[in-house]
Design a protein. Sequence first.
Length: 130
Amino acid sequence: MQIKKIKDKIVVEIPFWQTSYDAVGQEVGRIPNIIGLIEKEVCSLNQLIDMSYKGKTPQLGGNLVETSLEPKGFKKLCKELQIDYIELPVCSRCFEAIWGVFTIDEEGKEICLDCDNERKINVGKKNRKV
Ligand SMILES: [Zn+2]
């Protein structure tokens, strides 16, 4: 990454690609350096961390730029820049963005594990004879 001041602008240059290496340090290909992230209404460009050396898929890295775009405009920008994006699912019960594992409730809606655990406890209470 290079950061420069050109006239009255700060210009950040990030190579589009990064080289992937396997566990013994041999090149195995390349992946993008940047990925878009949509977390509810917050749209950002994030670093993508290559995990080929561990035989794993890339990992989401730090937030580089948080945009003021709404998801629709952000998706359009990502398409123009040929940057992939991830849109996090939103829990149908607590309405928080879901990071990682989630489940599907009996209505076919995505719910986070906290809400799923709460649902199981409540179902257990209803079935318990007092
Ligand atoms: Zn939830």
